[in-house]
Design a protein around this ligand. Sequence first.
Ligand code: 13P
Ligand code: SF4
Length: 477
Amino acid sequence: MPSVDTLIQTIRTTGAGASCTPDLAKGPWEFDRVTGYGPGSSMGDVIPVGAPRQGALPEQYRLAANDELHARIRAAKETLGSRVVILGHFYQRDEVVQHADFLGDSFQLANAAQTVPEAETIVFCGVHFMAETADILAKPTQNVILPNLAAGCSMADMADLDSVEECWAQLEEIYGAEPDADGRVPVIPVTYMNSSAALKGFCGRHGGIVCTSSNAETVLEDAFARGQRVLFFPDQHLGRNTAKKMGVALEQMPMWNPRKPLGGSTSEQLQDARVILWHGFCSVHKRFNVGQIEAARAEFPGVRVIVHPECPMEVVDAADEAGSTDYIRKAVAAATEPTTFAIGTEINMVNRLAAEFPQHTIFCLDPVVCPCSTMYRIHPGYLAWVLEELVAGRSPNVIEVDEVTAADARLALERMLALRPKPMPGDPAPASTAHAPAPRSREGVADAVVASGGPVGSAAASDSVAGSTAAAPNVEV
Ligand code: 13P
Ligand code: SF4
């Protein structure tokens, strides 16, 4: 199976097939200095004022052929040796993943820094919030580099500190600050990992916590034990899908639109709320719809449909299972019989699973090739550039979270890391795991990350969000 990059180049040159825009075949340097996210799933989203912009990539990298770039990356890596570690997210293009020392989800990669204390520099092939989190969790002496500063996340950009503080002030007016008779505070803020360090810091300061798509249910259980309700940002879909699975009624999940007074709800609705959902979403996962699931079922009777919980609720409800990128990977890896999987997540990851597990038929629910455009900003040209700069003794594109914000954000991250994990597909049977000690230290969690090409290990607290139809065998939901 050709990589997504190769496929897009083929579409451009032959006009064959479907792609959300053939402009994807252009180098990201053509889009880095314009407002907007460039072609791909997030191209319609607004880039916030003040978001980092990438400077011009030197011409020698822009004009180099792919083979030359790969040779230069390999040579620079060899020179740098164990001083540098390259982390790659599951959604990165294969052309970048082939150079990664570790491949994983956002949570695993954030912790990977701690498995390589000898590395002076972590080159993070992911998006901005992931590099920030790695910087918060890394040793103070380690530098984290994002090869292209324009690789943000349009969902993370949908909630900023000012708007969340404004929301918090309005909620305090409604709820006051006093705990109830059980000692539960009025609201616990919960931020998805896909958020700025400033928002993680906000959560740290206000008794809140971070969650990822692999542990959202565990985190919400913790929040409900300590608070009467939750303010969940920035992804409405992950918040809604998770809380719905936990039995929270939809009427008790009002949306908070930061552009409207009281977020667009009445104070009665907010009084009754259990989860207040920020008006954010992922443009990649918003593309999936129920019609695609119906079409997959019609064409492949018995198909197993697994989607990411960033998908809209109707899609999660219609799927057989929903879970994080790590969950999806483990569910596929754990299937013992040849199976047809229709997957609702980013195309690079789906195509890689298809290549890695040829005994199964694996395809993306969305037939149009449309990668996460922000992840796609990390091109081998940028990777070659940062590595050769490091060889020359310079450190470009260092992502540095100020120490005050980092200390608060660490609090919220460590509250998450202290939670007990839930089993994932392929994990040992419940009898052997139910009473196993949770990875309470960052070191324990860091074991989860594995070398690229190898099997991905278990993350910390790992949940899945089940669809309303049958859960798969082997999968604890
Ligand atoms: P993971 O947390 O599963 O890596 O997902 C990150 C992401 O951006 C999903 O869209
Ligand atoms: Fe952000 Fe969506 Fe891309 Fe994930 S897939 S990095 S949530 S834009």
